[in-house]
Design a protein. Structure first.
Length: 346
């Protein structure tokens, strides 16, 4: 007699994991959530959440090959925060408040401890961004993944009043502000892993760029969440546009929020976290490639009309904004980033 468990799928382990994560999901509940985990679908009441003429905004993403470092080192605590951040940071740049989140966790054979740790990180990311974890899927698929390997995907839904959608009214003369990143975040890790291999350093070696941390611990620093900062600025009427700096870096992401005929001029040097100088030097990576692949110390770019008021508001909530540049007429007609200064990776 054959059983599903003999084929590699343990339904009881999956059910036990669901029971284990229910309190984590419950702790992220917010106005608008109807019901709890266990249904065939998650329900959300936009009216109960306070919206009158809402537009829904959705985003889906993953963590990429940063997961391989987590898998190789057993550092699973923060990849869930990465997953949430990669989704909700994309929502908020459109003016949307993140409302709820669903995750997809796929593996060959379920390791309950590791899975619970990952999902606890997802719940923490949701809690920090005011977003409810309303459901997800744990897929056990023997033969699809190597032993101990797993993959993550996330799906977030937010809402914004129709009249408050971003970008809006971006104009020549607006100021560019930057919010610092916490490090590499969750993009470019195929290149990061290639550089680490080239360096011959072990994951548990002291990080050359971060005192008191191993190389793996430093690189696993989670993606920053920018939800509350951006929403506070937007609700104060100070924000015209925002760009989440992910794959493609500054050159690839800032133009996405600019209308035709305008460009972003970066004319001010910004502080460079030591990890990027180490990556550039160790991997012999050209400056242009660094800017195209990594955030290079900037996680979010903000386009504002009143920089003094915006900087004061951000400083009042504990943020450290950097004046980066300004909006000008595009020399080529198409939205682009023009660097009058370039970062020094030495």
């Amino acid at each position: 007699m054959s059983t599903y468990k003999q084929a590699g799928v343990d339904i009881e382990a999956g059910d036990a994991l669901v029971d284990r994560i229910k309190p984590l999901a419950t702790a992220t509940s917010r106005p608008g959530v109807l019901g709890g985990l266990g249904g065939f679908g998650a329900l959300f009441d936009l009216k109960a959440a306070g919206f009158s003429d809402p537009v829904l905004v959705s985003s889906t993403d993953g963590v990429g090959t940063k997961l391989l470092i987590a898998i190789e080192t057993g550092l699973h605590t923060t990849v869930g925060i990465d997953l949430v951040a990669m989704c909700v940071n994309d929502l908020v740049v459109q003016g949307a408040e993140p409302l709820f989140f669903l995750d997809y966790f796929a593996t060959g054979r379920l390791a309950p401890e590791a899975a619970a740790t990952v999902i606890a990180g997802i719940a923490e990311g949701c809690r920090q961004s005011g977003c409810a974890l309303v459901g997800g899927e744990t897929a056990e698929m023997p033969g699809m993944y190597e032993p101990g390997h797993y993959d993550l995907a996330g799906f977030a839904v937010g809402a914004v009043e129709r009249a408050q959608l971003l970008p809006s009214n971006v104009a020549e003369g607006d100021t560019l502000l930057a919010l610092p990143s916490s490090g590499v975040h969750s993009n470019g890790f195929s290149l990061v892993r290639h550089i680490v291999e080239r360096s011959t350093l072990a994951w548990n070696a002291p990080a050359p760029f971060a005192a008191g941390e191993t190389l793996a611990e430093a690189l696993m620093t989670p993606t920053r969440l920018y939800v509350h900062q951006v929403l506070r600025l937007h609700r104060a009427g100070l924000l015209h546009a925002a760009a989440h700096i992910t794959g493609g870096g500054l050159p690839g992401n800032v133009p996405r929020v600019l209308p035709a005929g305008l460009e972003a001029v970066i004319d001010t040097p910004w502080p460079m976290p030591p990890v990027f100088a180490w990556l550039a030097h160790t991997g012999a990576v050209a400056a242009a490639e660094m800017l195209d692949v990594f955030n290079c110390g900037i996680g979010m770019v903000l386009v504002v009309r009143d920089p003094a008021a915006a900087i004061q508001l951000l400083q009042d909530i504990g943020e450290n904004p950097i004046r980066l540049g300004y909006i000008a007429r595009s020399r080529g007609g198409e939205p682009q980033v023009r660097f009058e200064v370039r970062p020094d990776f030495r």
